[in-house]
Design a protein around this ligand. Structure first.
Ligand code: P6P
Length: 323
């Protein structure tokens, strides 16, 4: 079995980037350990405070954020970081070259009911003279990412990573603390019979999304001509992992509950990194109108509408929204 470091040395001719990815994994292995211990480590329950998003934080949100933040601040190549859990970007090392954006614990509403959660990260190149404490430094299009990945804290702890040459999966062996290559260059099937969306929001969607999902539910009798299955885990990182593993389409579209926001999910540290992984695996990632990685970034915590997964199914959703 190939260790992560061996794989990266062959696939990523950027030793500084390799060191940042390995440093991130040190923090994620600690997160995995604490998530596995759960109540025994006293990490469950609410932190009794809200984050910049106005969301009530779980204790593990804060713990995961601090573990990653402290790890990044010890890495010479990291110039700055931006976190879902931090209002503003944080400077790390002035002579660093990378910017790391992350959601420390995606799906954390599941942590108290023992359902899969994960860490999502996006790595950008900073330019000399960029101010790592200023938001504009991080506002780069998704296609400028030099690496993206997530660590899934489920029955197994997995790393799914792309540095621009395919999407690859690694499994953590907790006995030795090493990630081993599980699948190289994964490919998402172009077609699917499985969709993921929170159906309770149906009345708030645009008519075009209501029509598409209605046609999904009509199965063989409808215009899509086949029966679909549905999944909803309320943990994007788990949904996207399922899609990378067996295909499917994940949607968190615009809804009228917050009419001034394009969607619930965040562009810079959820939409963009997941879009890179999906596109590198042959899938597509759209707002239902445009590729997510072409969306103009205007703020670190900006939201985005998300439709991603099997390429032909994403094309169908875009077609419904073009008509
Ligand atoms: P809802 C988790 O809070 C998250 O950001 C994503 O991981 C997940 O897909 C979505 O929100 C779930 O949202 O509205 O179904 O609880």
């Amino acid at each position: 079995m190939q260790r992560l470091r061996t794989f990266l040395d062959h696939h990523c001719n950027n030793p500084a980037l390799v060191s940042v990815i390995e440093g991130l994994m040190v923090a994620c292995k600690d997160i995995a350990y604490k998530v596995q211990l759960g109540s025994l480590a006293g990490v469950l329950g609410s932190a009794e405070q809200d984050n910049i998003q106005g969301e009530r934080q779980k204790k593990m949100d804060v713990i995961a954020n601090d573990l990653i933040k402290y790890s990044l601040q010890t890495m010479q190549p990291v110039k700055g970081m931006a976190s879902e859990e931090e209002a503003d970007p944080v400077a790390c090392n002035p002579d660093g070259e990378f910017l790391v954006l992350f959601d420390p614990l995606d799906g954390s509403s599941n942590i108290d009911v023992n359902v899969t959660v994960g860490t999502i990260f996006s790595i950008l190149q900073s330019n000399p003279g960029d101010d790592p404490t200023h938001e504009s430094t991080y506002l780069q299009h998704g296609r400028e990412q030099i690496a993206a990945g997530y660590v899934l804290y489920g029955p197994s702890t997995l790393l799914v990573l792309s540095t621009g040459n395919g999407t690859h999966m690694f499994t953590l062996d907790p006995r030795v603390g090493e990630f081993y290559l599980q699948r190289e260059s994964v490919k998402i099937p172009a077609t699917t019979k499985e969709f993921a969306i929170n159906m309770s929001n149906q009345r708030f969607w645009l008519p075009e999304m209501q029509k598409y999902v209605s046609d999904l539910l009509r199965g063989e009798e409808g215009p899509l001509g086949k029966r679909f299955n549905m999944r909803w885990i309320a943990s994007m990182v788990a949904e996207i992992h399922r899609i990378l593993t067996r295909g499917g389409i994940f949607m968190y579209p615009y809804d009228s509950r917050e009419p001034n926001k394009p969607g619930k999910l965040r562009l810079m540290y959820e939409g963009n990194p997941m879009s890179m992984l999906v596109e590198q695996a042959g899938g597509k990632a759209s707002t239902a109108y445009d590729d997510i990685m072409d969306v103009e970034p205007t703020s670190i915590h900006q939201r985005v509408s998300v439709v991603m997964g099997s390429a032909d199914e994403v094309d169908t959703v875009v077609r419904y929204h073009a008509s």
